[in-house]
Design a protein around this ligand. Structure first.
Ligand SMILES: Nc1ncnc2c1ncn2[C@@H]1O[C@H](COP(=O)(O)OP(=O)(O)OP(=O)(O)O)[C@@H](O)[C@H]1O
Ligand SMILES: O=P(O)(O)OC[C@H]1O[C@H](OP(=O)(O)OP(=O)(O)O)[C@H](O)[C@@H]1O
Length: 221
């Protein structure tokens, strides 16, 4: 199975928070498979009738599958696209998976201005986004890459500051952290491999337009 098989369209879906809403939205435009489940031990799931393959990947790896053409189209958060900087097409903002990338500090460390945190350590799963944000503000920082539970870092002295996603704010509150700057809002995006978009244009364009129609009137809360 490869995406170079012109008869099939290969769709990449991420494990985790975005899997269910992504699968649900694609199903509404006819892209689904009987046994499509995040917990499937099968990593390639096929719908022979519709000539569709689904692959389920780790969130951070998904843009790589798309860039190399191992999948034709997929859904992934804008955060991952900004961090991974892959060469691909971003076709639509799907308006779900809303959260925001932000900077937070322990309440006890709150300073007046962002530049007052200069030269401190920033823990994050998103070093590129964090670096580019502080660079754009002309503030020099040290960055420490972690893979999760970022809020733990300031509590144990690994870093003073964090750059992470926040949705309800519950995690920040539970760990006595304060948001001191918003970097940008994040939603799920519909993406495509550049070559696939040309070679399988009719199919990909039809799905894009159907998704666009589905999104009409949907406002980001
Ligand atoms: N509250 C939130 N926290 C984190 N990500 C969110 C949130 N709401 C929506 N998202 C979106 O969901 C994606 C992350 O999903 P999830 O945390 O399941 O994946 P992950 O990064 O693979 O996590 P893990 O490494 O813990 O498996 C993000 O890339 C983001 O676009
Ligand atoms: O504002 P909230 O609604 O509390 O959501 C934000 C939290 O959710 C995410 O973590 P996740 O649960 O994905 O775990 P992780 O820290 O291991 O990535 C994110 O990294 C925050 O920690």
């Amino acid at each position: 199975m490869t995406s170079s098989d012109m008869d099939y369209l290969t769709i990449a879906l991420p494990k985790g928070k975005l899997f269910a809403p992504s699968a649900e939205m694609l199903a509404k435009v006819g892209c689904t498979a009987e046994d499509l489940s995040e917990n499937s031990r099968k990593l390639v799931i096929t719908n022979e009738k519709e000539k569709l393959h689904f692959i389920i990947t780790k969130t951070a790896d998904l843009p790589t599958y798309i860039e190399y053409g191992a999948a034709d189209i997929g859904i992934i958060g804008k955060d991952v696209l900004l961090e991974e900087e892959k060469d691909l097409y971003e076709l639509l903002d799907l308006r779900f998976g809303l959260c925001r990338m932000m900077v937070a500090v322990p309440e006890a460390l709150k300073r007046e201005k962002l530049s007052d945190y200069a030269h401190m350590r920033v823990a994050t799963k998103y070093p590129r986004i964090a670096e580019s944000f502080f660079h754009s503000m002309g503030i020099q920082m040290e960055f420490i890459k972690l893979n999760g539970s970022i809020e733990l870092a300031p509590m144990v002295g690994l870093a003073e500051i964090i750059v992470d996603l926040v949705e309800t704010g519950r995690t920040l509150k539970a760990n006595n952290l304060l948001e001191v700057a918003t970097i940008q809002p994040v939603t799920a995006r519909f993406i495509a491999n550049r070559v696939s978009f040309k070679l399988k244009f009719d199919r990909i364009n039809r799905i894009t337009e159907e998704l666009r129609t589905l999104l009409e009137g949907v406002v980001i809360p």
